[in-house]
Design a protein around this ligand. Structure first.
Ligand code: CAA
Length: 262
């Protein structure tokens, strides 16, 4: 089903691509069509050589209050759930697999699939009103888009257990103190701060940025020995690039490097 154009907004600002969830009447609930459009837009930016970093933003009242409960409530049976929801849920994983960095700009509710969506991004800028949680247990299920895995890796077993087993929510300050978010800012500036961070990343040599992202992801997703080997190979491959030569030459010549992305 095609998404109503206005439910997902897409724009470019210099070298950054911005995708905004815009379904305020349902607190940005992540319907199948909304998630398809988000992945299509971010995937398009990932393939566009003029874009170096991305921002995935919500609205001030809600980043996203979860997967769309209306689309799930009448599903009966595990096999039917798998048939109807497996492709939908794989969209969260696709965001984790993008090559270029994605910053989540989170304000208000980031619950269930919304919290999972923010965590699938690479960094999170949160407004002071942001609320993070995996409250699926309160409606008879569990997180299905990676929450038990990504939350546990982000905040540790004890808190992840408590959140997933009781529906306990975290304020933005708590989320910051537990390492779930990068920065907490006033609600007026959550989007501008996320864009600022994206612009800072977009000014760096893109191949090195992508290699660093892939290596950090490897650290989260693999055993230490595999992660170390992945990082080493990525490090060596960067010596095939002009940006490595330019970066090191510019350092020696005490001038600013000029990145070509090659
Ligand atoms: N799906 C569909 N619609 C949703 C929604 C969701 N996840 N969350 C909110 N809405 C809708 C409400 O139904 C309501 O619509 P109507 O005005 O048509 O009735 C509208 O958004 C506003 O919501 P509320 O009136 O409930 O607003 P509130 O301020 O009183 O409460 C809230 C806000 C605490 C976030 C509450 O809406 C809520 O608890 N939402 C559900 C949160 C949740 O359980 N998320 C997990 C979903 S399951 C999931 O995500 C599985 C997964 O892992 C992928």
């Amino acid at each position: 089903m095609p998404v109503a154009a206005a439910e997902v907004l897409v724009e470019v600002d210099g070298k950054i691509g911005i995708v905004t969830l815009n379904r305020p009447q349902a607190l940005n609930a992540l319907s199948i069509s909304v998630m398809d459009a988000v992945v299509e837009a971010l995937g398009g930016f990932d393939r566009d050589p003029s874009i170096h970093a991305m921002v995935l933003a919500g609205l001030p009242r809600a980043f996203a209050a979860g997967a769309d409960i209306g689309e799930m409530k009448n599903i009966t049976g595990g096999a039917a759930a798998e048939k109807q929801l497996a492709r939908h849920l794989s969209n969260w994983d696709k965001i984790g697999l993008l090559k270029k960095p994605v910053i989540a700009a989170v304000s208000g509710f980031a619950l269930g699939g919304g919290c999972e969506l923010a965590m699938a991004c690479d960094m999170i800028i949160a407004s002071e009103t942001a609320v993070f949680g995996q409250p699926e247990v309160l409606i008879g299920v569990i997180p299905g888009a990676g929450g038990t895995q990504r939350l546990t890796k982000a905040v540790g077993k004890q808190l992840s257990m408590e959140m997933s087993l009781t529906g306990r929510k975290l304020s933005a300050r708590e989320a910051f103190s537990f390492g779930l978010v990068n920065k907490v800012v006033p609600v007026e500036s959550f989007l501008s701060e996320a864009k600022k961070l994206a612009h800072t990343i977009a000014a760096q040599p893109p191949l090195a940025v992508q290699a660093a992202k892939a290596s950090v992801r490897e650290a989260v997703d693999s055993k230490l020995s595999e992660g170390l080997s992945f990082e080493r190979q990525s490090f060596f491959r960067l010596f095939d690039t002009q940006d490595q030569k330019e970066g090191m030459k510019a350092f020696s010549e005490k001038r600013k490097p000029v990145w070509t992305g090659k």
